[in-house]
Design a protein. Structure first.
Length: 506
């Protein structure tokens, strides 16, 4: 759903109202490209495109599968691809990211749509996160900066710098701390650095203070290894934008400067805001003199039609759109292509049928950040007792509504949920017959991500169960999910077909 403009010359924040976590942005010609964290979902590293920095579309992913593949054959929701950096250098696109359990990786491609190279491990180690490269066009030298995750390394609140091979294949030194947040009064959890060269200075734009309550800082030095002086350039102040956090600076072809960053919004994840940026006395000034803007004059770029990453899907030929990601690396046979419309998911046999959070074969998309209704039509084509399929709102706690084949051979509409601390499901509503093995499923997502489930089994939509409050994962917003499964046993367990998935604003 596109951001709602106040008028033709104004945009409103957030410009991406869903969980596009840890954004980074680059300008190439007249085009802007953005990538974001994807953690343990596949495909990974989403790629978005815009011509005006306000309207964005999802054009693909840079990483089809997470590596090593065997480690991501099962869900690892808070692992995988953390905080990437996107750059364009030497007529190639480059993405660097940190896997907190393995180290700093790099991929590159001559075209943003690929093909992208295989991941190259640039620096091995635990707790290495938020890497960003810099190619100094004046000297031909290259650099890398990264932050630290205390959960893996025991270290945080500092930035480490390296000289890097210009071809991006290796580092030229052991690295040294170039900014130590412990030495700056009041600063903590310094992370997410983005590295730039401007006006004879090395610049690092990096947030601190935590994602919910922190601020955005700027650091500058005449030499890459420091010493750096710092300044807070964006903070909440009296606005509703809590902890305006890490992002990227981009300059338009006409010379305007803008900054894209995220705001943590609980179950909605990290939504993306666009801030004007100007220079004053040699320092960047973001937003409205350092406070986030709610609405602002649009960038001086050619007008573009309203656009946003897709949500609706008719699943033509059994293929799902780019907006969908699996909760782990996909396996052959989970989805079947065919000549008509509709997503045909195999009822994958599993010993974890009692807990959707453990399943790799849940197909997900981001929970919209504004009130909406998500609907999908489902047909259960399995005669296996216990086979089920449905529509879920998935997080640390989850809830789903769908169809299940009972021991009596009949198909029933069921509604179940699991609390964050529970290792199994409970009924959230009363089961009822679904005579044709079909149902139209609906979840209304109201303010605060409070979800009301309902279903139509042939006699109109009827509500089911109490309100469910969606919850985030640790670093990931709640997800909308489609799934099909069956208990363990021999042979093929059949399939379920989903058609006409729609998301409609309330």
């Amino acid at each position: 759903m596109p951001a709602t403009p106040v008028d033709a010359d104004t945009y409103t924040n957030p410009v991406l109202d869903a969980d596009w976590s840890d954004p980074d942005v680059v300008c190439v010609g007249d085009d802007f490209y953005l990538t974001a964290s994807s953690f343990g979902r596949a495909p990974a590293l989403p790629l978005l495109h815009s011509r005006d920095l306000v309207n964005w579309t999802l054009i693909g992913h840079a990483l089809e599968r997470l590596e090593p593949a065997e480690e991501f054959a099962a869900p690892r929701h808070d692992h995988g691809v953390w905080a990437p950096s996107l750059r364009y250098h030497d007529e190639r696109f480059w993405i660097f990211w940190g896997d907190p359990d393995r180290g700093v990786f790099q991929i590159n491609a001559p075209d943003v749509r690929g093909p992208w190279s295989r991941p190259h491990l640039l620096k091995a180690g635990k707790g290495l996160i938020d890497p960003c490269p810099l190619w100094d066009e004046e000297t031909g030298e290259a650099y890398l900066v990264h932050a630290w995750a205390r959960s893996r390394s025991g270290v945080k609140n500092r930035l480490t710098g390296h000289r890097m091979r210009p071809d991006g294949t290796g580092l030229l030194d052991e690295g040294e701390v170039i900014v130590d947040g412990d030495r700056i009064p009041g600063w903590f959890t310094l992370e997410g650095p983005k590295l730039y060269r401007h006006d004879g200075w090395f610049w690092i734009l990096a947030p601190a203070g935590g994602v919910e309550t922190g601020w955005q800082g700027a650091f500058r030095s005449r030499g890459f290894f420091g010493p750096y002086e710092e300044r807070i350039v964006l903070e909440q102040r009296n606005t509703a934008v809590n902890g305006p956090h890490q992002g990227g600076w981009v300059r338009t072809p006409s010379g305007e400067d803008w900054f894209l960053h995220f705001q943590q919004r609980g179950p909605y994840g990290r939504v993306v805001h666009l801030q004007p940026m100007r220079w004053e006395e040699g320092w960047p000034v973001l937003g409205d003199d350092g406070a986030p803007v709610t609405a602002h004059r649009r960038p001086a770029l050619p007008p573009q039609p309203p656009a946003a990453p897709a949500t609706d899907d008719d699943f033509p030929g059994g293929r799902h759109g780019r907006q969908w990601q699996w909760t782990a690396n996909p396996a052959d046979g989970w989805a079947t292509q065919h000549s008509g419309d509709g997503l045909r998911l195999t009822c994958v046999r599993t010993g974890d049928a009692h807990d959707l959070r453990r399943l790799p074969h849940v197909l997900t998309q981001r929970l919209p950040g504004t009130p909406c209704t998500a609907e999908v039509e489902l047909r259960l084509d399995s005669h296996e007792t216990g086979a089920r399929a449905g529509l879920a709102v998935l997080g640390d706690a989850y809830c789903w509504i769908g169809l299940q084949r009972g021991a009596d051979g009949a198909v029933h509409l069921v509604h179940r949920f699991a609390e964050a601390v529970a290792d199994g499901e409970r009924d959230a509503g009363h089961a009822r017959p679904a005579p044709d093995g079909r149902a139209r499923l609906r979840v209304e997502i109201g303010p605060g991500a409070r979800c009301r489930f309902s279903a139509d089994t042939g006699d109109g939509f009827r509500p089911s169960g109490p309100v469910f409050a969606a919850t985030a994962w640790r670093w990931v917003g709640a997800l909308l999910g489609l799934f099909a499964l069956a208990p363990t046993g021999p042979g093929h367990a059949g399939a379920a077909t989903f058609t006409r998935f729609t998301v409609t604003p309330l």
